[in-house]
Design a protein. Structure first.
Lengths: 97, 97
DNA sequence: CTGGATCCTCGAGGATACTG
DNA sequence: CAGTATCCTCGAGGATCCAG
């Protein structure tokens, strides 16, 4: 994945979202916090290594954090992606499938 | 990039968008059609090979087509992504940068 | 200018085994 | 359960040269 240096809202957002798993993870945490093994089950096909890496990266980016009972929950910054996810959902329904 | 088989609106949309250049290309064609060389200039850093490949793939997906004067323009399906792009722009403005 | 053809790099992600 | 550590694969994308 590349990194754009110029600070454009679109480019910055694409930088974060343009890998396969990130959006899936955020999507899966939208309604409730989940533990590692639950995420592993929801995200069919992800490897433990990748899930670990993505969760770590998302924590560094302040998109989510791990709470006291060990489950992962979105921060405000993570929940902010809901509008993007909703737009994608609408698009998928209308033009794909 | 992976392919999800189960037909979920979110997964299908992510399948299309989860590479670095696709969204940038659609974004660049949103307001006006452009020729190959113009896209090459706008999309700083893209190689001719990659641009060719992405344009071909996007044409196969009916997201854009090449018109009579040789420039590329979005189809309705391509323009449909505007809502997603707008959401990303808003997100970027609010939480990133 | 608009690509096609080749070759090459690099990193995302998988598989597996292991630990607290 | 929740990871960590290794090793390995595979494909996205870059660089370059060439042609219509």
């Amino acid at each position: 994945m590349k990194k754009t240096n110029h600070k454009c809202p679109i480019s910055s957002t694409i930088d974060i979202l343009s890998d396969f798993w990130t959006m899936h993870i955020v999507y899966n945490l939208q309604d409730s916090s989940k533990r590692f093994c639950d995420l592993e089950k929801s995200l069919e096909g992800i490897s433990t290594r990748t899930l670990t890496l993505k969760l770590k990266k998302l924590q560094e980016e302040k998109m989510l954090n791990k709470n006291s009972n060990g489950s992962y929950e979105l921060t405000d910054k993570g929940h902010g992606l809901k509008t993007v996810i909703d737009a994608m959902k609408q698009y998928g329904k209308k033009y794909l499938i």
